[in-house]
Write a protein that binds this ligand. Sequence first.
Ligand code: ZN
Length: 207
Amino acid sequence: MSFHQLAALLPLCALVSVVSCRQPSVDPLSEEERQLILSQGETMRVLTVEDSLDLAVLRARSVDLSARDIASATYAALARKMLATVTSPEQDGVGIAAPQVGLNRRVIAVQRFDKPGEPFEVYPNVRITAVHGEPELGAEGCLSVPGRRGNVMRWRHVDVAYTSPRSLKDTTESIHGFTAVIFQHECDHLDGVLYTDKLEGSDQFAE
Ligand code: ZN
């Protein structure tokens, strides 16, 4: 790598280190949050923008989980129930974020179309750390915005960071293609952002 290449990378590295320093403090799961997870059946109620109380949760910023909580049976139940919810015949989605089931914590489930068998996987404390290439336009829908779809610009190559649920270590991964689009949509939910905020023009159309 030449000096010029290194110099070009420096602003991005500086930005990433600032972002990682600004992670919010981590509070343990409250009794209320634990009850929200444990009191529901295997599929959880999906919050929608049509309900004002639901909308307040969907618009709130989510916070990280402690390593202790990620290792807990409560987290295992959350991951299992988020997967059961997004894959249920009523929802039939390709991704879901914890705020959509009422929990303002940084957890998402994503269908990995880039892996053999296209499995769903769950990522705690996830964030997009870098984007690459040029954004492209694509149609999206959202389980919390029923009956609608619209066109959004998304990056086709992103780097993500999360806490490995197995090792509890910080992990980074490069994601490409439609799976990268899902990561961006779900990570937006963790910042209270909906795809309808990013529609290109007035091109939202009914499903
Ligand atoms: Zn969504």
